[in-house]
Design a protein around this ligand. Sequence first.
Ligand code: TA6
Length: 318
Amino acid sequence: MSMGQYTNLTDPRSELEVVRDWNGVEQVVLRSPRGDYARVSLHGGQVVSWRNDRGEELLFTSSKAVFKPPKAMRGGIPICFPQFGNCGTLERHGFARNRIWALDEEHPPLNHNDNSSKASVDLILKPSEDDLKCWPHCFEFLLRVSLSKNGGLSLVSRVRNVNGKPFSFSFAYHTYLSVSDISEVRIEGLETLDYLDNLIQRKRFTEQGDAITFESEVDRVYVSSPNVIAVLDHEKKRTVVIRKEGLPDIVVWNPWEKKSKTMVDFGDEEYKQMLCVDAAAAERPITLKPGEEWTGKLELSEVPSTNCSGHLDQPGII
Ligand code: TA6
């Protein structure tokens, strides 16, 4: 398949390849010069794999995941749009994660002035007739997925209102991180924040802990959070730094034991090896007037734990 305009290789040593999964759905493989790897499926515009230059997978995928459109695969980074969770009339987390996206040949690459060396691909989603029946708003969703030469993974979403009237939506990068042992993991950067507890009808609380640790089911929306947080995995001596722009909230989810047993596409013990930390606009919807557009950015990077704890504001963490 020819490398059309939807691809961007600003470093000739980076690689990009279009393959097909066993359902015949196209997937785009990005490789960095030093051997990092990412794979994006056109099913849901979902990143389904992100590996470092040592070949270690950084994203969780359930051993019971269903790889058959339209159901979104349980793992990787599903995109929740135009609705996060059950906050609305649509199916949970909206329809974007269940749709087949297209490689975007139409538009100049997003951020075409960003020439830091990376491999990237542009995808596009527009509403189908069926989508317009359940959500009567014309939009254009451009997604750029990039892998930098240092293995950083970035996702830039640009939603444009090509409708005649305003519309509002909520959004999340539903990021399934792979962890060694959930009881060995802590999140830094959400201290003292307010959160909405989805386990208690979105009741509002204030985080008391000095870092978030896990010993039971958690399903919270941390509101108006800082744009940089870190997930520290002591056993793996690994920290994943999460940077976000245009997304005020962070959703933290681990189903723990009981809920895990209720999910058919999730192993009963798998809650020990995953943690969802979603950059999101979940508390308040985003409203776009006709012609307006919104951009939401996520950057994930892996840093050796020693570099991070307590120093989130240090330059060079990313
Ligand atoms: O992000 C947290 C959450 O909204 C939880 O409430 C939980 O339901 C999770 O998403 C998974 O949703 P899914 O529809 O993928 O099963």
